[in-house]
Write a new protein. Structure first.
Length: 152
């Protein structure tokens, strides 16, 4: 990403795009947003259960979204290059590395993600106080890039 010039777009021109919120507002979201903006993070993993609970269709390749920070400020336009559904036990090390969060092994990545996905905040968001994840849990793997930076 450092080798290419990223164009800018005015916030008013992308107001109709859906918001892209990584994690919950706070330090975790801000850390992920920073990793996206500096080019380290180019992939993410979501629970299929989130899409089902929220009655949202799965994202598709080519989808454009507005990345927001914890203060709900638009920062960048993301373009999704690929989207696939798989079982948690089949996530590859390459996907983990593309997530750019510093995990060096599948075990380390999975422990951190399981902790987040079974947190009180996530269980509340899913309306399931007993939500658990296991190898067969369906996850949505998304690869993306920063298409443009948002300016006011």
């Amino acid at each position: 990403m450092a080798n290419r010039q990223i164009p800018t777009v005015k916030a008013r021109d992308i107001a109709n795009l859906p918001k892209d919120e990584f994690a919950f507002p706070g330090p975790e979201r801000d850390r992920l947003v920073e990793a996206i903006l500096d080019g380290r993070k180019a992939a993410t993993t979501s629970l299929m259960a989130e899409f089902i609970h929220d009655h949202e269709p799965l994202p598709s390749s080519g989808r454009r979204t507005v990345l927001v920070n914890s203060d709900d400020q638009p920062l960048a336009v993301l373009r999704y290059a690929s989207v696939s559904v798989t079982r948690l036990g089949l996530v590859t090390l390459q996907h983990v590395l593309n997530e750019g969060e510093g995990y060096r092994s599948l075990t380390e990545w999975r422990e951190a993600h399981e902790s987040f996905w079974t947190s009180e905040n996530m269980r509340q968001a899913l309306d399931d106080p007993n939500f658990i994840v296991e190898d067969r849990t369906l996850v949505v793997l998304e690869a993306f890039y920063v298409e443009a930076m948002v300016v006011n």
